[in-house]
Each structure stands twice: as C-alpha cells, then as structure tokens.
Design a protein around this ligand. Structure first.
Ligand code: CP
Length: 314
C-alpha cells in the first residue's frame, strides 16, 4: 500500500488561510515554537519519517523552495521538486491528471502556481493534502510565518493593528482572512486602481478592515507595518504603470514614526530597496524580516505535520 492511501482521518488541504480553524492555527503556532526550539538545540524531530513531499513550482521561488525542502528533510522525510519547465505540465498535461498521478506516489504536495482555481483543481483530484505555496490570490504559508513572527516579537496579535502599505495583492487578501479569524484590525492603503476589490472582501466591520487613501494615515498607531513589491509575479507587463502609481507607497522612516512606538516592520521578500521600502527601514532596528523569512521553515514543518498526523503531543 502506498503512503498516499494510508492516511487516517479526513483529507485536509491548506489552500487559503481559512482552511484551518482558529483553534488549529493556534495549535500550529504552539507546535511551531516546539519545533523551532528543538531545531535550535540540534534535536532530531523526525515525525514525518519516510514521508515524501512533492513540490510543484510554476513560478520562481527562493524562500518557499528552501523552507519546504529543508523542512521536510528535517522532519525525516524526502522531497521531489518539479517545475513547469521540467515536467509534463509545461507540455499541457491537464492539472487534474497531474494531481491524480503525483498524489498516488507521495504523501503531501505543495504547489506554487497562478490562479487559485488551478490549485483548487489540483486539490480536487488529489488523494493527499495540498498546500498553497503562493497563488495570484493568496499566500497563506507566508501569513502563518508573519503572525508567528509577530507573536515572537510583540505577543498576541488579537486586538492589534496591522498596516498593509502598497499593492492589494495575494498577501493583503490573506492578511484580511487572518484578521477576521484572529481578531486584529487590518489597515490597507493602496494606490487608486490597486485597492482591494469590493466583491472579494464583502462587508467588513471597522474593527477588521479600514482602508486609507494616504499610506501615512494607515500607519498611525499600527503595531506592524508591512508591504510587498509593487509588481507581483505574473503582473510584470504592468511594471511601468505600477512604478508611477506606487511612487508614494514606499514605507519610510516617517511612516514608521507614525506607527506605535513598539511597531515592527515585515516584508515577505524579495524586497526592492528604494521602491516599496527604504533601506533604512528594512535594514533598521524595527525590521524583523530575517526572523520572518526563517519562520517559514518552522511554521511549515508544523503545518505539514498537522496535515498528515493531526494534533499530536510527541
Ligand atoms: N516570500 C516568498 O514566498 O519568497 P519566495 O518567492 O522566494 O518563495
């Protein structure tokens, strides 16, 4: 019997942040802390011994690739890496057929792709858990890492304010799901034409979402200021228009000064210093971007373990 048919319990995917319950997210954060502590002590933690992760990259990656691959090996498992270019996906094999085949051979799949619907089609035909490693619509693993990082540096995020400055992209929509579930307020400031889409966000109470035309106003009183590149992967043809539109959406010392005195700065990376953030902010004392990047490793180990084993104590 292949591992792919031996899983107990209902099949769970992590395609967007709200695929987990609030209790499950809090469990994953607690588990992340345990796993991270053991990692720092060089203690083995082989809960996924002999399990196999397939990673499918249809877009470029540094952090997601390394954190999932290193993480699975550290859990005692192994990894297969596929890209569009070096697989039959690049020769138009249907995503459904790819899912049927891969999920008979491995225990877990992580995909980075374009449309969320493409990820959903894969998951609908998979026998094993599927993880969103970034789509045009959501980046839930990154927000797990970001909130874990916030908890490490500041404490509980409940009741706090997060300022999202710049493109209302996959990160912003995932932050919004997290705000709804974990009880914090998301301030969003994006240039005209690049704001959150009304039909995607529905009606949100003011203690969950506030939108600002002026990015400085969005930063006022925030406990976390965060941003992303002006042009996300897949939107490169809009580069020149975006450079003009986003010129005032650069997180700088003035914005950080408007935030709470204890505020921290995050960026999911890669960053373009001098565009969405100044060098003195991202390389300054309020920035926690390197901890944030490292925490991708630890939260994803906890996530993979949870999707395959459920809540465990070992
Ligand atoms: N933040 C993030 O997802 O980084 P990569 O694109 O390098 O994976």
């Amino acid at each position: 019997m292949s591992h792919a048919t031996s899983q107990t319990g209902p099949l769970r995917h992590f395609l967007q942040f709200r695929d987990l319950t609030t209790d499950e997210i809090n469990y994953i954060f607690a588990r992340t802390q345990l796993i991270k502590n053991k990692f720092k002590r060089y203690e083995a933690h082989h809960t996924l011994h002999d399990r196999n992760l397939a990673m499918v990259f249809e877009k470029a990656s540094t952090r997601t690739r390394v954190s999932f691959e290193a993480g699975m090996y550290q859990l005692g498992g192994s990894v297969i890496n596929l890209t569009t270019k070096d697989s039959q996906l690049g020769r138009a094999e249907p995503i459904e057929d790819t899912a049927r085949v891969i999920s008979r051979m491995v225990d877990l799949v992580m995909i980075r792709t374009f449309e969320q619907t493409r990820l959903e089609r894969f998951a609908a035909h998979s026998r094993v858990p599927v993880i969103n490693g970034l789509t045009n619509e959501f980046h839930p693993c990154q927000i797990l890492a970001d909130i874990f990082t916030f908890i490490e540096h500041v404490g509980s995020i409940k009741g706090k304010t997060v300022a999202w400055i710049g493109d209302a992209n996959n990160m912003a929509y995932t932050w919004l799901q997290a705000a709804e579930m974990l009880g914090f307020c998301l301030h969003v400031s994006a240039p005209k034409g690049y704001e959150l889409e009304a039909q995607r966000i529905g009606t949100q109470p003011a203690n969950v979402l506030k939108q600002f035309s002026n990015p400085l106003d969005a930063c006022r009183g925030a406990h976390l200021v965060t941003t992303d590149v002006w042009t996300s992967m897949g939107f490169e043809t809009e580069n020149e228009d975006r450079r003009r539109a986003f010129a005032n959406w650069c997180v700088d010392a003035g914005m950080m000064a408007a935030a709470d005195p204890s505020a921290i700065f995050m960026h999911c990376l890669p960053a373009h210093r001098g565009e969405e953030v100044t060098g003195d902010v991202i390389d300054g004392p309020q920035s926690v971007v390197w901890d944030e990047a490292e925490n991708r490793l630890h939260v994803q180990k906890a996530l993979m373990e949870f999707l395959l084993l459920g809540q465990i104590n070992s």
